[in-house]
Design a protein around this ligand. Structure first.
Ligand SMILES: [Zn+2]
Length: 465
């Protein structure tokens, strides 16, 4: 499924229980209750027996369970690229804060069967676990033990994202395992304008075992420029006196949207109205985004050179306090609000949508993937109402989505990337996709590439030899 990514390597054989255990990604489950409940289950092995974590990128569905892992006794190093560490330093404490708010809400309303309702982890616990992060640059070989080493290669998905190439030496026999994490768009081109990070994922891979994501295993992204449609949708909503609410991941996706919006305003395709980037992380997110210019596509570099820092733009507000956020809520003038979480699973976006969803003048514009079971998925797929803070909120606002913003390769792009492999992996396991997406990608890979491909099952164990 999409969310909850965790893959464990254990080098122990049947007689030797002292092998090295390395966890690749440590994501939180999001979406349906049935999935979210997995966040409360214990791992199949004690957390303290894990030697190290390798983190492919900062998205919460890959990193959000780290504070829980640490709470359960993990004390080893967490390897990640420098931008991923910067992003985690704001995202994980924010996730802890949201967990605490949720628990507080359930305790106040007694809406949970658990008394008292507890957070999965607190903001303080998330801050404490940041000490375990160790920076590893793309291309740098890092030894975990005499048997296990790894190297990050480019995933081109979000700022700092990487694939983990893991080398195992057991019985003197070398094996290479590749964990893709999330895979970005294949090439820089005008098809995906606003693409922030540069170039496609590293090509020419070879490995014995491939563990690969399949989010868009049965989908193709539109090949059109999203800007004309984005401008038309926003213009129409503003003209009828509505406000535009954009649920977006706070880092990168939000900045990408803001840069395009600025461009549309400067070229008079969208009227100048107040724009609010409403997230407690908004300012830090812009700072991190601007700090890692080495990761940018030429297009992003040109936009930054032309327009400078979004923090300086007239009419663009980066809101930090709860009070400032409330003020936006109370305003009745047309504006554009970009807020997180991107899948409407928590955060300030809830308050904005609660306020704006019942009014048909408003527009809710999705620019990111909505996992089944999330409120974002419900709203995007035409539901008449959605539950927030224990209330059913009627959905009368216009709902629209732009798929071009995706940071995931689609099926054609994934196959194109796989064709650059120097040899077929002996085994490929597809993960991180809904069942239909994973199985259709498996079929396409079996048919077009003639590779040995399986869809991984939850807690499935595989012998690599
Ligand atoms: Zn991701």
């Amino acid at each position: 499924m999409v969310t909850g990514s965790k893959h464990l390597i254990n080098t122990a054989d049947e007689d030797d229980k002292q092998g090295i255990q390395v966890l690749i990604d440590c994501g939180m489950f999001q979406g349906q209750k049935e999935w979210r409940e997995r966040n409360w289950q214990d791992l199949p092995i004690p957390a303290r027996e894990i030697d190290a974590v390798i983190l492919t990128h900062a998205h919460i569905d890959h990193s959000g369970w780290i504070p829980r892992l640490v709470k359960q006794g993990f004390g080893g190093p967490i390897y990640a690229t420098p931008p991923t560490i910067d992003l985690c330093s704001i995202l994980l404490p924010d996730a802890g804060h949201l967990q605490e708010e949720d628990a507080e809400f359930y305790n106040k309303t007694r809406a949970s069967k658990h008394h008292p309702a507890l957070p999965l982890y607190t903001m303080k616990e998330a801050l404490d676990c940041l000490e375990l992060f160790r920076p590893v640059n793309i291309g740098e070989q890092k030894a975990i033990s005499g048997q296990v080493s790894f190297c990050f290669t480019r995933a081109a998905h979000i700022l700092g994202s990487a694939m983990a190439e893991v080398r195992l030496t057991t019985d003197g026999k070398p094996l290479k395992l590749l964990f893709s994490g999330d895979i970005g768009r294949i090439h820089n081109n005008q098809i995906a304008p606003g693409k922030v990070v540069h170039s496609g994922p590293t090509e020419g891979e070879d490995c014995d075992l491939l563990v690969m994501e399949s989010t868009y295993g049965n989908r193709e992204h539109p090949r059109t420029d999203p800007r004309p449609e984005m401008a038309a949708l926003i213009r129409t909503a503003l003209q009828r006196g509505g406000t535009v609410v954009v649920p977006a991941f706070a880092v990168e996706r939000t900045q990408k949207f803001l840069f395009l919006l600025k461009q549309l305003m400067e070229t008079k395709q969208v009227p100048h109205v107040p724009v609010h980037a409403d997230s407690p992380m908004a300012i830090k997110a812009v700072e991190i985004f601007l700090k890692h210019s080495e990761e940018f596509s030429p297009e992003t570099k040109a936009l930054i050179a032309k327009y400078g820092s979004p923090l300086e733009w007239a009419g663009f507000h980066f809101d930090i306090t709860r009070e400032e956020s409330k003020q936006i809520n109370e305003s009745h003038y047309p504006s554009i609000i970009v807020s997180s979480s991107g899948m409407v699973t928590g955060g300030r976006i809830l308050h904005h949508l609660m306020q704006r969803l019942p009014d048909p003048r408003n527009l809710v514009l999705f620019i990111g993937f909505q996992a089944p079971g999330t409120r974002g998925f419900t709203i995007k797929n035409g539901a008449a109402q959605v539950k927030m803070f224990g209330q059913e909120i009627p959905i009368r606002a216009q709902i629209a989505s732009l798929e071009q913003f995706s940071d995931h390769a689609d099926t054609t792009e994934l196959l194109e990337w796989l064709r650059t492999f120097r040899r077929p992996p002996r085994q490929t396991f597809l993960v991180h996709g809904e069942p239909a997406a994973a199985s259709q990608l498996r079929d396409a890979m079996t048919r077009d590439l003639r590779w040995n491909v399986q869809v991984a099952a939850y807690r499935q164990k595989v012998q690599v030899a």
